[in-house]
Design a protein around this ligand. Structure first.
Ligand code: NI
Length: 177
C-alpha cells in the first residue's frame, strides 16, 4: 500500500474520461483500490476517484465517519464502486458546500440531485445496487463526476459561492486539504 500524490486542478489528467474496468479481482485492481483507500484516509477525504491519482479507470472509493473535513454530516460506510451508473430519482436538486482533494483549501456551493439510484460493481465483480439520498447521494455524484473529467467548480451556479475555506468558514477551522 502507498499514499499516492493527488493531482491538483489544472492537471489535464483530471479532465479525461475514465475507461471501464474489464477484469475484476486482479492483483493490479486490489493494489489500486488499497492505495486509493489509504490516500483518502491519510488526507481525511470523503472520497477519491482513480483519475485523481492519475489512473484513468472507473474506480471510486468513499467513506464518511466523523470526518474533520465534514464535521456536520451523516456517516457513509466504506464503499468501493467500479464502473458506476448513476440515475437520479426525481428532479429535486439542492445546493450544499463541497470540497475536493484536488482543490485543497477551497469550498464551493454545488447543486446535486437529492435522491439517487446507483449501480456498479465491487472489487470482486459483484453487483452493487443502491438508493441513497442527501450527503451520500452528493458524495457519489461528486466522485463519479471525476470519471467524466468534471470537477465541482464546473457545476457551481454562482462563482461568488466559491472560495477559501478559511475565509468562508473562519469559525470552523476546517483542514486545508
Ligand atoms: Ni473530488
Amino acid at each position: 500500500m502507498a499514499i499516492e500524490t493527488v493531482l491538483k486542478m489544472g492537471d489535464p489528467r483530471l479532465l479525461r474520461k475514465a475507461r471501464p474496468i474489464e477484469a475484476f479481482d486482479t492483483p493490479e485492481l486490489h493494489e489500486l483500490v488499497s492505495n486509493m483507500i489509504e490516500t483518502m484516509k491519510a488526507l481525511d477525504g470523503a472520497g477519491l476517484a482513480a483519475p485523481q491519482i492519475g489512473v484513468d479507470l472507473q474506480v471510486v472509493v468513499f467513506e464518511v465517519n466523523a470526518n474533520p473535513r465534514y464535521p456536520d454530516v451523516e456517516t457513509i460506510p466504506l464503499t468501493v464502486l467500479i464502473n458506476p451508473v448513476l440515475a437520479p430519482t426525481g428532479d429535486e436538486m439542492k445546493e450544499d458546500w463541497e470540497g475536493c482533494l484536488s482543490i485543497p483549501g477551497m469550498r464551493g456551493l454545488v447543486p446535486r440531485y437529492v435522491k439517487l439510484h446507483y449501480s456498479g460493481f465491487d472489487i470482486y465483480g459483484r453487483e452493487i445496487v443502491k438508493d441513497v439520498e442527501g450527503f451520500h447521494a452528493r458524495v457519489v455524484q461528486h466522485e463519479c463526476d471525476h470519471l467524466f473529467g468534471v470537477l465541482y467548480p464546473m457545476r457551481i451556479r454562482d462563482l461568488r459561492n466559491f472560495g477559501y475555506s478559511s475565509a468562508l468558514f473562519p469559525e470552523k477551522r476546517l483542514p486545508d486539504e
